[in-house]
Design a binder for this molecule. Structure first.
Ligand code: SAM
Length: 418
């Protein structure tokens, strides 16, 4: 029969590190070192509610900020034996190997688990590569191969985010999530948006919702293409509202996937109102909106210090002289900052001329970006006086964004800037 001492003396056959979740809430954790390694560890320790004490000759500005927010205490001095008194857990992450060794030695004496950042195997604990996802904490250890553990962690996280790995142990409550899908590139949806999309039973998608995101959905997910609902504008909206409400009432988790942000010229709030009126739980997930991200994809910042102190986003879905227009175009003509026009291709002649008439110089830079962030993106650089003619000559089509103002002449691409 093996005795207790026999079993403890065994040489481990695999990784000697046993993955465990420590409850550090309110417990003393001592971090010796205040550089970038400490900085990286502190965020999760703070989130765990640990009582954190940093001991270091100097600390990074980020660690200093954590101290000034009361998240950690900092002692600006060298480590001294006895500093681990009362600690449950310690991290030695100075850039002095002797100090790190001394911290590990004190920890060993006191039976406190201690990470040694410079030579992991000489500590008594190692930090796994971790990620948080929807209430889960993923931890990966790879026998000290940090790149491998980080790569696997990232792959697992992406698999969860994209729905390749599903976590359906806790079914979602039926209801509607109004999700901003971003400007078109499937990578530009938010993490939360993608997570909810991966768990949808029914997706009602807009014409501008990133199509590649729909291609990733499982075969059992019902997709309604809102662009194909065969009614006039108002009726189509009614039909969309009905599809959302009926779906949720049938016990489904419905994602209403929109282009950009649901609340930027997206009729998102109308859909929220309809759901609320029908007693359906609705959640809104903001998205990356096209009037900012599409110019950015073409290298154009909508603001730049010392150049613009404002940017205005305007819908061009009605003509300037239309009785329904709510836009003061002559006031916009007097602006010096950036003007971003959406849905403006059809009436670009009218917008350009009303702005020039309002006082905007005709040599003001005007750039048009069609299908921004997509592989098919086109960028047309002109000025206010020529933009309409160029749009027609080059056959620019919606969806497109028109940026007018000094920053419209900027480009992150050195050739285009010259
Ligand atoms: C009905 S609005 C929806 C805007 C969306 N909710 C947002 O936040 O970006 C549609 C207009 O957005 C602009 N737009 C959206 N995605 C675009 C893209 N990838 N490239 C260029 N323009 C885009 C175009 O002006 C298009 O006509």
């Amino acid at each position: 029969m093996p005795t207790m001492s026999d079993s403890t003396a065994q040489t481990p056959t695999g990784d000697p590190n046993y993955l465990v979740g420590l409850d550090l809430n309110g417990r003393r954790v001592v971090v010796v070192g205040g550089g970038t390694v400490a900085q990286r560890r502190l965020g999760l320790l703070i989130a765990a509610g640990a009582d954190i004490h940093v001991i270091s000759r100097e600390v990074t500005p980020a660690v200093e900020a954590m101290a000034s927010h009361g998240q950690v205490s900092v002692a600006l001095r060298p480590y001294a034996d006895g500093d681990l008194d009362g600690a449950w857990y310690a991290i030695a992450c100075t850039d002095e190997p002797d100090t790190n060794a001394a911290v590990v030695a004190e920890a060993e004496r006191r039976r406190i688990f201690c990470v040694r950042a410079d030579v992991a195997r000489l500590g008594t604990a190692v930090t796994p590569a971790t990620a948080r996802y929807d209430g889960l904490t993923l931890g990966v250890l790879a026998s000290g191969q940090h790149r491998r553990s980080a790569a696997v962690r990232t792959a697992l996280l992406e698999a969860l985010q994209s729905g390749v790995v599903t976590d359906d142990s806790t079914p979602l409550t039926p209801g509607v999530a109004l999700v901003g899908g971003g400007p078109g590139d499937p990578d530009l949806i938010t993490v939360r948006g993608r997570r909810l999309l991966a768990r949808a039973n029914l997706v009602v998608a807009d014409r501008l919702a990133p199509p590649e995101l729909l291609a990733e959905l499982g075969p059992d997910v019902e997709v309604i293409d809102a662009a194909k609902i065969p009614y006039g504008r108002a009726m189509a909206q009614e039909a969309i509202n009905t599809a959302l409400i009926e779906g949720a009432k049938a016990g489904k988790f419905v994602v209403r996937l929109k282009g950009g942000d649901p609340y930027v010229f997206g009729r998102g709030f109308e859909e929220v109102e309809a759901c609320v009126e029908a007693g359906i739980a609705v959640t809104v997930v903001p998205g990356i909106t096209s009037p900012i991200s599409v110019p950015a994809a073409a290298g154009i910042p909508v603001t730049h210090r010392g150049v613009t102190h404002e940017f205005v986003v305007v819908s061009g879905h009605v003509a300037p002289d239309h009785p329904d227009s709510l836009v003061d175009w002559s006031a916009l003509g007097r602006l010096r900052g950036t003007l971003v026009l959406m849905m403006a291709v059809e009436r670009i002649e009218q917008f350009a001329s009303v702005l020039i008439d309002g006082g905007r110089p005709s040599d003001t830079a005007a750039t048009v970006i069609q299908e921004g962030t997509l592989r098919t993106q086109r960028v047309l650089r002109a000025d206010l006086g020529t933009v309409a003619e160029r749009v027609r000559a080059e056959g620019i089509r919606p969806p497109a964004i028109v940026v007018i103002g000094p920053t419209a002449g900027f480009s992150a691409d050195a050739d285009a800037a010259n």
